[in-house]
Design a protein around this ligand. Sequence first.
Ligand code: UD1
Ligand code: MG
Length: 458
Amino acid sequence: MSTTLSRTETYSLLSLALACVGVLANTFQGDGEPLIASIAFSGLAFCSCYALIRWLGQAFMRRGFKGKDMSKLKQHEIPETMGAVCAMVYLFILVFFIPWPFYKDIVAATSGGGNRDVMKDLDAVETGRLLHRFPHNKLASYLSAILSLQSIVLLGIGDDLFDIRWRHKVLIPAIAVIPMLVVYFVDFGVTKMVVPTPLRPYLGELFDLGWLYYVYMALLSIFSSNSINILAGINGIEVAQSLVIAALIVFNDVLYLSPFTPYPHPATDSHLFSLYLLLPFIGVSLALLMHNWYPAKVFVGDTYCYFAGMVFAVDGILGHFSKTLILLLLPQGFNFVYSAPQLFHLVPCPRHRLPHFNARTGLLECSRVEFKKPLARPIAECLKLLHRLRLLDVEVDGEGNVVSSSNFTIINLWLVWFGPMREDRLALGLLGFQTACGLLGLFIRHRMALLVFTQDNW
Ligand code: UD1
Ligand code: MG
């Protein structure tokens, strides 16, 4: 990969960056629209991330952050762990952005900030303005989100450095989410869930989960991070699936903003909060995707997968739409459940389950796991049943013993269903499927919520 930017790239990035700075400068006049500022910051995040990935790639390789692209004819090494660059840019952008949504509140509340002529009555100081400006105590949540994301990046880089074993690394997100949970506990502390109508006679309208709510949030972060990491192994899929999820959440957030929802809506603030976390994430991820898409010039590393998953978990928890988030993670969830026999070693799990590259055709085929020792009878029967349901490709010898099967990931399943194909077509197919599932999920969320809840909060 070239380590410098071409002339066109330099000029394009510079003009985009300048435009963003111009927009930012404009927000100083008037009320300083934080949403506009957030969009401008996301543009800046894209530019800096794009350039830094280029400039730092070689340096990463020199320190051993590199990997072989296994689905190519020439398996040369390319930089790995570029997610760390993304995450760093993202975190700094989040910090620089703080004054936009919070500044006026802080100044008015402390009155010493050079803005003494601004008098706000107590009510306004405590709640802030509804649209666009947060009540000042939301800053604590915002900072705790940054802390948790920083922790996950540290732990993720540790994983990329030391290749931590799977059974240990599943717990990484649960540790990283602790800062946010502690702040949630002291600052917000709501652990009640709305009960679906059919269960109301037994549980009441709201059910207090208590400490279990914290377990739920930790599990959500484990799930969203790891499920992205195991739906991986072909160029672009890690970043692109995260972008699809982010775009769907943004779409859902926008439904709660002013032209679509009568203002002021009680959920508007939470969804603005979510947008402020997601837009810069989209910026850095796009820059990464442009380097990671087929044929990949860099790899994202486990750092990116954890980081992306954590952005979603933090966003869903602090934005109070964790159930909607789970709905958007259904393809990842299916892949997780489908992978379970291998993850829990009911059947052997090779170090890599990515599809097999056929050097003769240049296409990807499903990768297989060979069973050297005969499988236990019930497991073998289950695999045969899955084969009959077209959910697995099983090879049986003359005596009816299962000798091999395709690996248990939806990437391989896609290849079982649709036959060998080129790496980018495979990625596009899976992404199309994911987008369709997500849109259907959101439709169900807003149109059919009334079947199980008394009201849709939209
Ligand atoms: C997870 C998966 C593993 C999959 C791997 C690929 C589980 C339990 N683990 O492991 O099955 O093989 O991700 O990311 O499901 N690589 C490519 N092309 C790509 C992306 C990655 O060849 O487009 C290879 C490169 O050699 C790269 C390596 O995969 O260095 C990265 O693997 P790593 O992220 O360390 O694997 P895990 O996350 O442990
Ligand atoms: Mg990985």
